[in-house]
Design a protein around this ligand. Structure first.
Ligand SMILES: [Zn+2]
Length: 234
């Protein structure tokens, strides 16, 4: 077999080995990514809680204002009552008075409810701040272990690529460039064996002419259907 082709087969095996390692790194990093994602969502939750508390406080002041307004109204009505000239006028003032009092009662109830809600929100905030602290600690620990695990794989990858470069140096550079071009789309199946006279990349049968060329040729032969580099397994 052509020496370049033999080396190319070696290189494609090495590339395959390397591309199997990359998902290992992402799988390890995924653990960290998930935690960071969780942290982000907890932080935005706290942000929302803070906004809700702010809004609730505005609600309370609005209700306090309502109470103040209606109290003033009541004292005005009280004055008017002392000066009322008819039974009818008195009844109307009484009704007005009752309405203002109702409004005050309702506003007081609303304030009490909002205050309860604020307390709940603050409790929720406290719980989530604690969760964030714990998660931040966990993230720091995970970062260290991820770094440890991935650096082992990165070292392995460096060794793999050193190996590849050593072999690549022995091959005509044009062939390497040609191979890398195919690799862009064919990935780990750029150099494939012929099985039962078919390209094992695209599984299409190779005609006799190409097959015999491949059997005896001393050059690099590609699949006429898909363009992958072919070899006959020995
Ligand atoms: Zn093919």
């Amino acid at each position: 077999m052509n020496k370049d082709l033999q080396n190319l087969i070696q290189i494609s095996k090495i590339d395959k080995e390397a591309s199997a390692k990359e998902p290992e790194i992402s799988a390890i990093e995924e653990e960290l990514n998930l935690k960071v994602k969780e942290l982000n969502s907890l932080e935005s939750l706290i942000e929302n809680i803070k906004n809700d508390i702010k809004k609730a406080k505005v609600d309370i002041s609005n209700n306090e204002l309502l109470i103040q307004e209606n109290s003033e109204k009541i004292s005005q009505i009280d004055k008017k009552i002392t000066m009322a000239k008819s039974e009818r006028e008195l009844r109307a003032l009484d009704a007005e008075n009752g309405l203002a009092k109702e409004k005050i009662t309702f506003a007081n109830e609303t304030i009490a409810n909002i205050e309860k809600e604020i307390e709940n929100l603050k409790e929720k905030e406290k719980i989530n701040i604690k969760k964030i602290e714990e998660l931040k600690n966990e993230i720091e620990k995970t970062k260290v272990s991820v770094e440890k695990k991935t650096s082992v794989i990165r070292d392995e990858l460096n060794n793999i690529f050193d190996n590849k470069n050593k072999i690549a140096k022995t091959i005509d550079n044009k062939i390497i460039i040609f191979y890398e071009k195919i690799r862009k789309w064919a990935k780990d199946t750029s150099v494939v064996p012929v099985k039962k006279q078919a390209c094992s990349g695209c599984n299409i049968k190779i005609n006799d002419r190409v097959f015999s060329e491949l059997s005896k040729s001393d050059s690099i032969v590609t699949c006429p259907h898909c363009g992958r580099i072919l070899f006959i397994e020995q």
